[in-house]
Design a protein. Structure first.
Length: 508
């Protein structure tokens, strides 16, 4: 009998990554298909679900061709997908409009409607998340209020991966992790919250049944453009939960940080971590007996991308690798603390720890003596300081983290890894294949679902540590002195941010 393969699809913000893992968890092949994101109005961020389907079909064919296999070698298919979306579909499963994805901010008025009937604290206690325009519930309320005819035709509101599963199997389901990022799910009962849905005025029938991530939904039907008929489909999970499993964080008091365009720190816990200041939030882990307390920031690698775009003209950028190498050399020429220069990395508002969509970026302490090296280093340090606040919010409630694993594109940047270790004050273990951790988490779901893996403990050995960044005591001492100044700078500028955001909207 030949090798069995697990096909995982990671529906990300920029495109779909298909990966094939064998029964030992070894990555055999990968393929990527991009798709467009639409920004038709300020704060609106949409994608066409048809483009997800096309990407899944093309990437499936490409990855199987590269691995030299056909559908008979695929033991199961599973999914990771971007979370907090809103895909209204009709009775036949056809999308009624483009998907409103996680980054969309249009539903601010709907948050206000919720808060007339319930406090932030009450919603946070039930769902593990505070009300926010990013979440599915508020986006669904926006559809009801602004597109009522379409809303009346909606049979379900789906997430990205759940839409693809419906195309594959004809079944309408979601998993606990994606459900927990809707703001409408009771985190402890693991069921839709009748209380919150009633307050929101949203019928519960719009939200599909929420199931464990390892449940087999059905088998792939005969569908045009995809040669996977008969392959079992395992639900999988939201991208954050899949990344947690792919990072091998499957026991309480284990944690990791992801560093890409955005960044987060997450831990595994046996129960939700309720932060009195609500700086962090909670999701369901893929493992059914665990939760995933997490704090996520908006613009991490995005801030480094921004400074690169500002400093280099198109002709100067050269390759992406060369321009980032140059930035890293500059950052290394400035000492820890960037000669007393601080950067607030709030270029597109902020989620954790401030939950302020009006927050803006700023250099604080800029002097004539500062050079480009100091500016570049301050950007990396500012991101690290914000992650430090998230780290403290998680550990203040009892988590005992002596180290963090690290995944995402940031693992390729040695000076970033060192700054993070120095600011957080703990070692960072860089994981082999950390850029594929999200896909690996979906593959583990598939393997557990069809019995290839005995359980989620299999994830521990599938993403080994390949290097460690240990904190430098001298640099860590500098950062301990700067950290309260970073927090003070945000608090001092917070009233100004709101006024500036209003003016920016007015001036375009």
């Amino acid at each position: 009998m030949g090798r069995a393969f697990l096909l995982a699809h990671d529906l990300g913000t920029t495109g779909n990554k298909a990966t094939l893992y064998d029964e030992t968890g070894r990555l055999a092949a990968s393929a990527f298909e991009g798709y467009a994101t639409h920004y038709d109005s300020p704060g609106w961020v949409e994608q066409d679900p048809a483009s997800w389907w096309t990407a899944v079909c093309r990437a499936s064919a490409a990855v199987m061709e590269r691995a030299g296999i056909d559908k008979h070698a695929v033991a199961a298919i599973s999914f990771s997908g971007h979370m907090m979306g809103c895909v209204p579909v009709d009775d036949a499963g056809r999308p009624l409009r483009r998907a409103i994805i996680w980054a969309d901010q249009r539903a601010g008025d709907q948050v206000d409607v919720l808060l007339r009937e319930m406090t932030i604290e009450e919603i946070y206690r039930i769902t593990g998340t505070r009300p926010n325009p990013n979440y599915t519930l508020e986006k669904t309320m926006w559809l009801r209020d602004h597109e009522p005819d379409l809303f009346k035709r909606a049979r379900f509101v789906l997430q990205a991966k759940d839409y693809i599963i419906s195309r594959l199997t004809g079944e309408y389901v979601t998993d606990h992790s994606d459900a927990s990022a809707t703001n409408a799910f009771d985190l402890v009962k693991k069921e839709w919250s009748d209380e919150i849905l009633s307050i929101a005025g949203i019928p519960g029938r719009l939200f599909p049944p929420a199931r464990p991530s390892t449940e087999i939904v059905g088998r792939v039907r005969k569908v045009e453009g995809l040669d996977l008929e008969g392959v079992p489909v395992v639900i999988g999970g939201g991208d954050g939960a899949c990344a947690t499993t792919g990072a091998g964080v499957i026991r309480p008091n284990e944690g990791y940080t992801y560093f890409g365009s955005s960044a987060w720190i997450a831990i595994a816990a046996s129960e939700p971590v309720i932060d009195p200041e609500m700086r962090t939030f909670n999701l369901c882990h893929l493992a059914p007996d665990l939760y995933m307390p997490v704090g996520t920031m908006q613009s991490a690698g995005g801030s480094y991308d921004w400074v690169r775009e500002i400093l280099f003209t198109s002709s100067e950028k050269g390759s992406e690798e060369a321009s980032f190498d140059r930035l890293n050399r500059w950052a290394g020429q400035s000492p820890p603390g960037a000669r007393g220069l601080l950067f607030l990395p709030y270029l597109i508002g902020e989620r954790s720890p401030h939950w302020n969509e009006d927050a803006r970026g700023a250099f604080v302490g800029l002097a004539r003596s500062h050079g480009v090296a100091d500016l570049v280093r301050a950007v990396l340090e500012g991101v690290a300081f914000n992650l430090r606040i998230i780290f403290r919010a998680l550990t203040e409630r009892g988590a005992d983290l002596g180290a963090l694993r690290m995944i995402g594109g940031g693992i390729r940047n040695p000076i970033l890894c060192q700054i993070l270790a120095d600011v957080l004050g703990i070692p960072l273990h860089r994981l082999e294949g950390g850029e594929f951790a999200t896909s690996l988490g979906a593959a583990v779901c598939a393997g557990v679902g069809v019995g290839i893996f005995d359980g989620f403990a299999a994830a521990e050995n599938l993403c080994p540590v390949v290097g460690t960044s240990a904190p430098d005591p001298s640099a860590a001492g500098v950062y301990r002195r700067l950290e309260p100044l970073f927090s003070d700078a945000y608090r001092a500028l917070e009233p100004t941010f709101g006024r500036l955001a209003d003016l920016q909207s007015e001036l375009g």
